[in-house]
Ligand binder design. Sequence first.
Ligand code: FAD
Length: 390
Amino acid sequence: MRRTTQAVVIGGGAIGASVCYFLTKLGMKNVVLLNKGGLASGSTGDSAAIVRQHYSNEVSIRLVKKSLEIFQGFPDEFDGAEVFTPAGWLFLVPPEAADALDDNMARLQAEGVNTWELSVEAAAEDLPGLNTDGIGRVAFEPDSGYADPRAAVSALVGRAEANGAEIHVDTPATGIESTGATGSKVRTPNGDIETEVVVNAAGPWAGEVGRWMGLDLPLEISREQDIIVRPPADAPPLRRAISNMVDRTYIRPEATGDILVGTGHPKENEPADPDSYRRDASPEFVRETGRLLVHRFPAMANAEVIHGWAGLYTITPDWNMIVDRSPVHEGHYLAVGGSGHSFKLAPAIGLCLAEMIVAGQSSTVDISPLRADRFDRADVLRSTYGGNRA
Ligand SMILES: Cc1cc2nc3c(=O)[nH]c(=O)nc-3n(C[C@H](O)[C@H](O)[C@H](O)COP(=O)(O)OP(=O)(O)OC[C@H]3O[C@@H](n4cnc5c(N)ncnc54)[C@H](O)[C@@H]3O)c2cc1C
């Protein structure tokens, strides 16, 4: 293991992998990434990885647009790695959210997002077997879809390594010692690493890493569940990714033809300890999520639940990430608080934070709205729909 580096990235999920890759791409080759388990073994590996652009604040819209461009370019950039499926995305909206939808669609179109409204009848044609009860409006994004989160991390980290980074799995950082205004020592079980830059991309453990940085980060951890169901042979195939605000579900196909289903907001957080929480989906969740799926797609009545799991959201007070230099140490950086929707933002977050580290500020997207001190100044980001539907 290198003893002296320019940067240590703590965390090998989507965010850390992306920061590490873009640092090396921008010319900072002497980078070490530490991950305490296997790559993508945190929230990223548990993610539904739906990539939609329907956000309600400008910074997120710009970040997701850039991320989508990067996902689309993966095969060229990463030797044919096909990590993204442009299945198209539909947003099913109840009549009472019509004003919020109008507001957002105008903002999205002004930012150049390729999105338009479908009539409920057109949506029913596009989604065979859809029960249209309660659906007031439908937004459509033909270019959105979903990704394979583990394959994305693997491609990013593989190329970072080829560019000169050192990647260490099963190697936790165990502490950070400041060695001056900018320098630090990162402790590991295999010895200390002297570094100019430390990036906290530790997902649900970012609070602990933050404390080593002298910060009390405003992060809450919540347990979140998904299931995979196998549709009956005679059910019409589902081809799109769907966010269903009417029943609070999200649904997307798997490459196998199975279907991933989770439940969205509004709902209560379920506080969890990242080192010990229930990893399987509870029988109540499986039952209720199955019921909601069958209500919306009655042909799924005899679908078989083949798998369920729980992962973790790391939530900030305004449900948007903190991406910034530390307010107390020049060489420490934060990319924390994915808040249940930041897999899709990871490519652009990694690029923008790498720009900030290498050049002093991000140039691709102005990420100052994600600054760390916004909660002290009550200058938080707004969200039209609440929760992780930021
Ligand atoms: C069930 C579920 C569904 C989701 N669905 C979506 C979705 O559809 N679309 C979307 O965009 N987002 C979704 N998300 C959110 C998304 O997955 C996360 O925002 C994103 O993956 C966070 O990535 P991360 O790299 O910050 O965290 P993580 O993936 O958790 O990575 C952090 C890494 O840091 C490592 N680490 C921690 N402490 C240390 C240490 N001391 N030393 C070394 N390594 C350490 C961990 O091992 C871990 O691998 C979902 C999340 C869940 C749980």
